[in-house]
Design a protein around this ligand. Structure first.
Ligand code: C2E
Ligand code: MG
Ligand code: MG
Ligand code: MG
Length: 277
C-alpha cells in the first residue's frame, strides 16, 4: 500500500517491515536457546595446495540445526547474533570446538576460524583464544583467525585486538580480500599472514585481461610481502588450472571439497590423498 508522507512525499508503507522485526526478535531468542541446547555444529572445508589438491588446512564454518531438522546458514543468523551480542558467547564456543578438533588433527597445518567485527570489539577476545588453545594443547601457530577488511577498517579497538591476537602467535588471514575498504592499505597497518582472495575475482577469470591482471597482481603483492594467498570459491578445474598458472599456491572451493563434517576430515587425513570433490 502507498501512503502520503507528511511532506507530500509518497512512501511505501511496508507491513512486512513490522513482520520482519518480529521475526528478528524471535530469531534472537531462538539463537540464545540454540546455544544452550547444543544446536550448533561446525563443518570444515579443506584448503588445498595447487596444483595437486593435497590437503593443507581447513576452515571451520558454523551451522545451526533447528529441532525441526532445518539447517540454517550462517549468513542468516550471524548478523542477528552480532546485533544481539550473542556472537561473543557463540564465538567462544566456536573457538573452543575448533581448537578441540585441531588437537586431534596434528598432521593438519592449520585450522581457521572466522571472527566477526563485533567479536573484534571485545577486548577479552585474545584471552578467549589463548584459553581455548591451552585448554586443548594446540600451538598458536596452528590456528588461523579470519577477519574481514571492513572489520578492521578505521583502526581503533578492532585493530588493537588483531594486533594482540597476532602477538599470541596465531595467524591472521584477511577474508574476502579485495571486496572491502582499503584492501592494500590494510596490509601496511594490520598484522596479516595470509589473504583470501574473494570468489568474485575467481569468477572473473577467463573474462577480460583486466580481471586476470587484478588476480595476478593480488598474489604478486602478497607473495612479495611474504604472505600466503588462498583463492576462494574455486568451482571448476579450469579455474584451478588458471590460478596455478597465475601463481596461486593454495585454493579452496567446491571443486576440491565442500564444507565437511569432522569425521570426513579424519578420513582425509587417514588417507592423506588429494581432497577431491
Ligand atoms: P567466508 O568466511 O568467506 O566462508 C566461505 C563461504 O563460501 C562459506 O559459506 C562456504 O561454504 C562458501 N564456499 C566455499 N567454497 C565455495 C564455492 O566453491 N562456491 C560457492 N558458491 N561457495 C563456496 P558459509 O559456510 O555459508 O558461510 C558464509 C559466511 O558466514 C562466511 O563467509 C563467514 O563470513 C560467515 N561464517 C561462517 N562460519 C562462521 C563462524 O564460525 N563465525 C563467524 N563469525 N562467521 C562465520
Ligand atoms: Mg572465512
Ligand atoms: Mg571467505
Ligand atoms: Mg568470501
Amino acid at each position: 500500500a502507498l501512503r502520503e508522507a507528511a511532506g507530500g512525499r509518497v512512501v511505501r508503507y511496508d507491513a512486512s517491515l513490522e513482520c520482519e522485526l518480529r521475526q528478528r526478535a524471535t530469531l534472537a531468542a531462538d539463537l540464545r536457546r540454540a546455544l544452550t541446547d547444543g544446536e550448533f555444529h561446525l563443518l570444515y572445508q579443506p584448503v588445498v595446495a595447487l596444483p595437486g589438491g593435497e590437503l593443507d588446512g581447513v576452515e571451520s564454518l558454523v551451522r545451526w540445526r533447528r529441532p525441526t531438522g532445518e539447517v540454517v546458514s550462517p549468513a542468516d543468523f550471524i548478523p542477528v547474533a552480532e546485533d544481539t551480542g550473542l556472537i561473543v558467547e557463540l564465538g567462544a564456543w566456536i573457538l573452543d570446538t575448533a581448537c578441540a578438533r585441531a588437537a586431534t588433527w596434528p598432521g593438519l597445518r592449520s585450522v581457521a576460524v572466522n571472527v566477526s567485527a563485533r567479536q573484534l570489539l571485545d577486548p577479552a577476545l585474545p584471552d578467549v583464544v589463548a584459553a581455548a588453545l591451552s585448554r586443548h594443547g594446540v600451538p598458536p601457530s596452528r590456528l588461523t583467525i579470519e577477519i574481514t577488511e571492513t572489520a578492521v577498517f578505521g583502526g581503533g579497538r578492532a585493530l588493537a585486538t588483531v594486533k594482540a591476537l597476532s602477538a599470541l602467535g596465531v595467524s591472521i588471514a584477511l577474508d574476502d580480500f579485495g571486496t572491502g575498504h582499503s584492501s592494500l592499505g590494510l596490509l601496511r597497518t594490520c598484522p596479516v599472514d595470509a589473504i583470501k582472495v574473494d570468489k568474485s575475482f575467481v569468477d572473473g577469470l577467463g573474462g577480460t585481461p583486466e580481471q586476470e591482471a587484478i588476480v595476478t597482481a593480488l598474489t604478486g603483492i602478497a607473495e612479495t610481502m611474504g604472505l600466503r594467498t588462498v583463492a576462494e570459491g574455486v568451482e571448476t578445474a579450469e579455474q584451478a588450472r588458471r590460478l596455478h598458472q597465475l601463481g596461486y599456491r593454495h585454493a579452496q572451493g567446491f571443486h576440491f571439497a565442500r564444507p565437511l563434517p569432522a569425521e570426513a576430515i579424519d578420513d582425509l587425513l587417514r588417507q592423506r590423498q588429494p581432497a577431491a570433490a
